[in-house]
Design a binder for this molecule. Sequence first.
Ligand SMILES: C[S@@+](CC[C@H](N)C(=O)[O-])C[C@H]1O[C@@H](n2cnc3c(N)ncnc32)[C@H](O)[C@@H]1O
Length: 395
Amino acid sequence: MDLSNRTSSSLGAVSMKYMGSKRAMLGNGLGEALGRSIGDAKRVLDLFAGSGAVAWHVAERYDKQVLACDLQKYATVLASAVIERTEPISDRSWVESWLRRARARVSAHSAWGDIKALQAALREITVLEAAERARAIDFTVKYPLSRAYGGYYFSPMQGLWLDALRASLPETDDFRSVALAALIQAASRCAASPGHTAQPFKPNETAGRYLIEAWERDLPAIVRARIEDIAPRKAIMKGKAYCISATELAEEAREGDLVFLDPPYSGVHYSRFYHVLEGVARGEVGAVSGAGRYPEKSERPTSDFSMLTTSKRAFDELLAILARRKANVIVTFPAGKASNGLSGDDVKLLAADHFHIDEAKVSSRFSTLGGDLKHRAARQQADELILTLSAGRGN
Ligand SMILES: C[S@@+](CC[C@H](N)C(=O)[O-])C[C@H]1O[C@@H](n2cnc3c(N)ncnc32)[C@H](O)[C@@H]1O
């Protein structure tokens, strides 16, 4: 693929379009709140890791062990790529051999000629023809990502590269971890969908140009760019990421640990928005259906924190565990009413039942939730509450 006409921004300075990512807030109140509370803590726990932005931030800056968890595997992969490694990776020979192995798989595909011709013609044919041709390409079960998502979230060329790179990951642990994280971020960057992967752009007059724009992205080049971002990073102290529930890791908290809580605020499960990334992390996707090409429900983790009927109880129980374990806590939550039924005020009241509230601040954040075609670039601004809680007392 030709890189010459790609701008550096298209190579992915923005690594993840993640709903609720705290990356921006780290420079706007959250980073300071963490810095003030981290003091004597031996460990920092990030119980809803998501894009991994907070776990990375802490692990790279502080001499503390970071433990992170999320219900979704891809989030665990992203966090572990930095928090579990204490040396930067400067060697790049493994990247070249990884890409070489993948390229051999790509060009060995029986429809390689058609796939290449279609990619080259994306700007010359109508979007409808592009979609029809893309969907007519036969991908067997050996190409699970292309089979599920090719012709929708990805062009057949991108899908084929995703499968080929996923199937030929390096074997050395650290390289493999960075490679898979880079692949997940590149998939997020290429996905032809607004903000997240709940539904792909349709090949029609309104969305068609966004679909083609996304399908044209050079996936292996973006993978390389993401490696350049991730590989030099490292944790000061070796941590660990787990694909388990927040409650489970909370039970492991110790007195004086600093626990960061950034729970879901959406009334729809995250797994509905990010199933494509989960497929990349797992390297397999079962049967898919519906406009969003969702895998079966049994393959998508559900969260008590995302359901109207259970979100309050789930949050209360989590805070009770952390109070019992005598951990100190920082919570972020939208200041207004969120779609899982909780509001910033509810969260504050629940917190006061279990902890002393040292500080309650409101910071601005940008959200991709609600990103649509018209406002694709202009992400929504919302106020977010930051609560700093200390163990030992309820108000
Ligand atoms: C608001 S996002 C976190 C964003 C993250 N702080 C960042 O900066 O990207 C909430 C995350 O919680 C995860 N999640 C939902 N329920 C969970 C549970 N019971 N245990 C652990 N993680 C959960 C979701 O998968 C999602 O990644």
